[in-house]
Design a protein. Structure first.
Length: 252
């Protein structure tokens, strides 16, 4: 069940480069936050690449030279938010984004948490969320188990649609998901948003460049983007065992 606390469990800046520090928090709570994980220079470069991907919505820069690097995916039907899927094999047009996906510390954490044969950030999603009255996603666990590296390129704040979590729910949600699958419920029909009404979430807080790693069995949801704001996110997905083929965007 969830662990009651006022802020998300996280790391001190001196621990950001230590995979063991990440693992201790992740294994206990299913989520670990690192405010201001990126430097201002790296954040500037990531934002520039993010804006390029979302042209013509952003008209301030040239699009990626290799259009194979990104592909639009179905995301929030009826809302002007957009998402693209990016794979590490085709990310050459976005070198700073690729460097994030190949970060040695994040790779070490994912391999230790998911197993040595895990696919490390094989898929990534860049999302651009616009103001809307409803949250980006309802409280849920994911249909496919993964470890997500979620980097806020805009402020990690409630008004900017920052995600929220219920620390400590990863073991319970995993058992629920596995029980449904064992009972013959197809993966695409798992009731991932049901039965969570009694939980209290804790929102991610931090400046632009804040990172959160989380087990997707830990209950989580995307926030509502307030008027005058835009939410920009870079998210990498690592899965247990080799995972080939294309995925479906599930944004949080």
């Amino acid at each position: 069940m969830g662990v009651r606390m006022k802020v998300l469990p996280g790391l001190a800046p001196q621990e950001y480069g230590d995979p063991d520090s990440w693992l201790v928090v992740l294994r206990q709570f299913g989520v670990a936050a690192a405010p201001a994980w990126t430097s201002s220079q790296v954040l500037h470069q990531l934002l520039a690449e993010h804006r390029r991907v979302f042209l013509p919505a952003d008209k301030s820069a040239a699009p990626p030279s290799d259009s194979r690097a990104v592909s639009e995916v179905a995301y929030r039907p009826g809302i002007a938010s957009r998402a693209v899927r990016l794979t590490t094999a085709t990310a050459h047009a976005l070198p700073r984004t690729r460097a994030f996906l190949q970060d040695a510390v994040l790779a070490a954490v994912a391999a230790a948490y998911l197993g040595a044969d895990a696919s490390i950030n094989q898929f990534a999603y860049l999302t651009l969320d616009v103001p809307h009255a409803t949250p980006v996603t309802a409280l849920h666990y994911d249909r496919k188990h993964a470890l997500k590296a979620y980097l806020c390129l805009t402020p990690a704040d409630e008004g900017w649609g920052a995600p929220a979590f219920v620390p400590g729910t990863h073991h319970h949600s995993r058992s629920v998901r596995q029980a449904h699958l064992a009972a013959g419920v197809p993966e695409e029909l798992l009731p991932i948003t049901q039965g969570h009404q009694d939980y209290t979430t804790i929102g991610l807080q931090g400046p632009p460049g804040t990172l959160v790693l989380f087990d997707t069995d830990c209950l989580h949801q995307g926030g509502a983007v307030a008027a005058g704001h835009t939410r920009r996110v870079l998210r990498g997905h690592s899965h247990p065992g080799p995972r080939a083929g294309s995925g479906t965007a599930t944004a949080s």
